[in-house]
Structures are given as C-alpha cells and as structure tokens.
Design a protein around this ligand. Structure first.
Ligand code: R5P
Length: 297
C-alpha cells in the first residue's frame, strides 16, 4: 500500500506489528523523548507527503500521551500527510458524560473536540457509550466504534460450558445482550450504585439462577475492578460457582487484577485493546477490516 503509513506512538509492539502484518501498510518511523522536566519531544523520520497516516495510540493513562499525540498529528499534517487516522483501541474520557455534580466539566465532549481537531478519522473499540448514544454525538470527524462482541462470543463458546452472562450494571446491557444473543445463552443485568472511585454497591436482585451454569461477568472497562469484585462476592454468596470475568479494556489500576482473583474470579479475560497479561481475545482482525475499508490508498 504505497500511499499509507502506519505509525506507532506508544502501543504494544506485538499488537502494532500484528496490524502491520495483516494490513501490509508501510511502517512510518518516529521517535519520542521525554525531557527530564517532563516535556515531550517528537521526531518524524519518514517522509509523509501525500500519504494517509495512521497513528496507533494506547490511551490508558491518557494525560501522559496526549501532548505527544497532539504534536505528532499536527506535524504530520504540516508535513503534507493527506489524512490522519487515529487508531485508539481504548478511547478514554468517555465516562464523564454528564455533570454528576454541579460545576462538573463534561470532559467526554471536550476530549472529542480535541481529537476531532487533530485527526480526520478515528477508529476505536467499544467506547463507553452510555448517555452519549453514538460517537457522532460529540465527534465532528468520522469516528468508528467497532464492537468486540463477536470475538467475545466466540471466546465464550470455545471456553465456557453452560454459561450464564451477567452484566454488573445497566450500561453493560449492550455487551451482555449482544453476546447472549450470539451464543444463545441466558443473561441477567444487575444494578450498580457508585458512591466513589473505589466504592460501588451491586444490587443483586434474584434472577432465575441456573445452578449448573457457569457465571460469566462482562463489562467494558475494568479499572479498580471493584464493580467485578462486588459482583463476584454477591454471586458466590448466592451459591454460584466462581465466575469467569471478561472485560474489553484492561485498565487494572494498582493491584486490581490480583484483588479480583482473590475475590474469587476463576479466570480474568480481556481483549487486547490495552496491553495486559489477561489479554486473550484478539481484536486486531476488526481493526484490519475497518482500516482497509476507510483508509484512502
Ligand atoms: C462504568 O460504568 C463502566 O462500564 C465500568 O463498569 C467501570 O468503569 C468499572 O470500573 P471499576 O473497575 O473501577 O469498578
């Protein structure tokens, strides 16, 4: 693909190489450097004139990477790139989608404006769409939200006998119901009240438990893991066997992963949108397909 370059700002190397391998896009070379005072330097080592440039970015801990992303995208445009596509498998700043307290800034909206100002297109996987129904509500560029549901369904089909899917809160209904429909199994969606960053309460209404089913928790993001920990504890109290916990985006702050195992998860499985030892579900074919569809070659 002569007119396409794919850059890796900070994504996991194996994930990036996998995309390159599947797409056959030429790799663009760049170097980043953080000065001792914390400022970023970016150097572009490939001629980008008249090329479509894909920038692969891992946006866990977004504030550490956004200045480099900003510098890179602007410089690519200034150096003659015809279009910039940001490939961010995990899209941050989606959860602040309303003013929860008086005066709260709705950061999802401003983050969308920021990305829309530096790129021409965005590809991401399962962004946290709750009060925003589509990325088009806040992004002014074509923003493609791909869904990992089919790959998650396949993983469950291949690995779990007799599953019952459980969504810990109303937002998770979209993933849980799609996956349940794909593999034709029962599901339940619980209710969650969040009192603070690490303080969540799961309201465990009695649902038609099937005693010989394996519970499979599904959520988009695992961050502190408190949502999954509290749900796991409730399931075990109600006589279920140890659940399999599946998350799309493995943020896992501090010891969240270990704490979830200690709480009783039999297995923790995530998609490789964020690099983590729990990555078992490869979403790169979804990206490959979409890139081939939208990139100007
Ligand atoms: C928010 O509603 C999301 O869908 C997740 O449930 C949430 O981000 C999980 O966070 P934590 O792992 O910190 O409980």
């Amino acid at each position: 693909m002569k007119n396409v370059l794919i850059f890796n700002l900070n994504a996991d190397r194996i994930f990036f190489e996998n995309i390159v391998h599947q797409t056959h896009f030429e790799k663009g070379e760049l170097k980043t450097h953080r000065f001792p005072d914390g400022e970023m330097a970016v150097r572009i080592l490939t001629d980008v004139k008249n090329k479509s440039c894909i920038v692969t970015a891992s946006l866990k801990n977004p504030d550490l990477h956004l200045t480099a992303l900003y510098f890179l995208c602007n410089a690519l445009k200034e150096n003659g790139a015809t279009e910039i596509i940001i490939l961010a498998p995990y899209l941050p700043y989606m959860r602040q989608d309303k003013a929860f307290n008086e005066g709260d800034v709705i950061t999802s909206k401003y983050f969308a404006q920021f990305i829309s100002a530096i790129a021409d297109k965005l590809i991401t996987i399962d962004p946290h769409l709750h009060r925003w129904h589509s990325l088009n509500d806040i992004y002014s560029i074509p923003a493609f939200a791909l869904s990992a549901s089919s790959t998650i369904s396949q993983w469950i089909k291949d690995n779990v006998k007799n599953p019952i899917l459980i969504g810990p809160d109303s937002e998770s209904r979209q993933w849980v119901s799609n996956v349940a429909a794909a593999i034709n199994c029962p599901y339940a969606v619980l209710e969650k009240t969040r009192h603070g960053d690490k303080d969540v309460e799961i309201h465990f209404s009695d649902f038609d438990a099937c005693s010989n089913c394996t519970p499979v928790l599904i959520d988009d993001i695992i961050s502190t893991a408190q949502t999954m920990i509290k749900t796991t504890e409730q399931l075990l109290k109600s006589g279920f066997t140890n659940p399999v916990c599946i998350g799309v985006h493995a943020l896992f702050n501090n010891h969240a992963y270990e704490l979830l195992l200690q709480a009783g998860a039999s297995e923790i499985v995530t998609c490789n949108t964020v690099f983590h030892l729990s990555n078992r579900i490869d979403i790169s074919p979804l990206i490959f397909q979409k890139l081939n569809e939208i990139v100007v070659q």
